[in-house]
Write a protein that binds this ligand. Structure first.
Ligand SMILES: Cc1cc2nc3c(=O)[nH]c(=O)nc-3n(C[C@H](O)[C@H](O)[C@H](O)COP(=O)(O)O)c2cc1C
Length: 221
């Protein structure tokens, strides 16, 4: 698989097959992802990767808990911008349409969102956390590392779903995996596994803004 194929075939998978993932494969991907770039070569990323019993134990605790208050960080600021809110609403309508959950079915939407807790059935969960003193440039570096991982996973025939939802349970998660809450922030999870290719939720179209609406080119004749 070349890079363009990896980019084109990656999508957020929300229905996984019940098939384990080798530790060796995960280690190979994370080892290769170490070459992701970062400002000043700080390499600000950290992660804890769970499968099997520790993952089930964590999920059990999250299922029995409520989202934390106060929140770990806000991922919803762009909702105040009509342009960005419209993008969220568009992809949301397509996803819930694929799931056949109606617009006014608040419970149905809530129940599917809660499937985030079990990472949509993924057998592996990468939890991404790093020092609280990291600023926006380092958060951006972490994003590059995560995308590098998600593309390398495609090269291994694997799939993923990034999950900022995990930040809703950040304190509980950090207590469970032994990460000090006062020192580190929990950014997100990455659900990892093999996609169910037939699931409609893995097949709806995700719209994107046309290139010339977000990039300007200058200097060509
Ligand atoms: C940092 C990050 C966090 C995300 N968190 C969630 C999440 O908690 N739950 C979820 O279902 N999707 C989550 N997504 C997936 C986005 O909704 C998805 O990337 C977007 O709708 C575009 O779709 P695509 O990934 O299939 O191309 C997240 C994506 C990113 C990059």
């Amino acid at each position: 698989m070349d890079v363009a194929e990896a980019v084109a075939s990656r999508r957020s998978i929300r229905a996984f097959r019940d098939k384990p993932v080798d530790l060796e494969t995960i280690r190979r991907v994370l080892d290769q992802a170490r070459m992701a770039p970062s400002g000043c070569n700080f390499q600000p990323w950290r992660a804890t990767v769970l499968t099997g019993a520790p993952l089930k134990a964590l999920q059990g605790k999250m299922l029995a808990a409520q989202p934390q208050d106060p929140i770990e960080y806000s991922f919803s600021e762009p909702n105040a911008s009509p342009l960005h809110l419209a993008r969220l609403q568009d992809v949301g309508a397509r996803m819930y349409g694929a799931l056949d959950v109606k617009r006014d079915d608040k419970q149905g939407r809530h129940d599917f969102a809660r499937d985030n807790i079990v990472s949509f059935g993924a057998p592996v969960l990468l939890l991404c956390h790093f020092e609280r003193f990291m600023g926006p440039p380092q958060w951006s570096d972490v994003g590059m590392w995560l995308q590098t991982i998600m593309l390398l996973l495609r090269g291994e025939g694997l799939d993923s779903c990034p999950q900022e939802w995990m930040s809703l349970y950040a304190r509980l998660i950090k207590a469970e995996i032994g990460v000090p809450d006062d020192e580190q922030i929990l950014f997100c999870g990455i659900a990892i596994g093999y996609r169910d290719p037939a699931a409609p939720v893995n097949n709806f179209e995700r719209p994107r803004v046309p290139l010339d609406e977000h990039v300007r080119f200058d200097g060509w004749e």
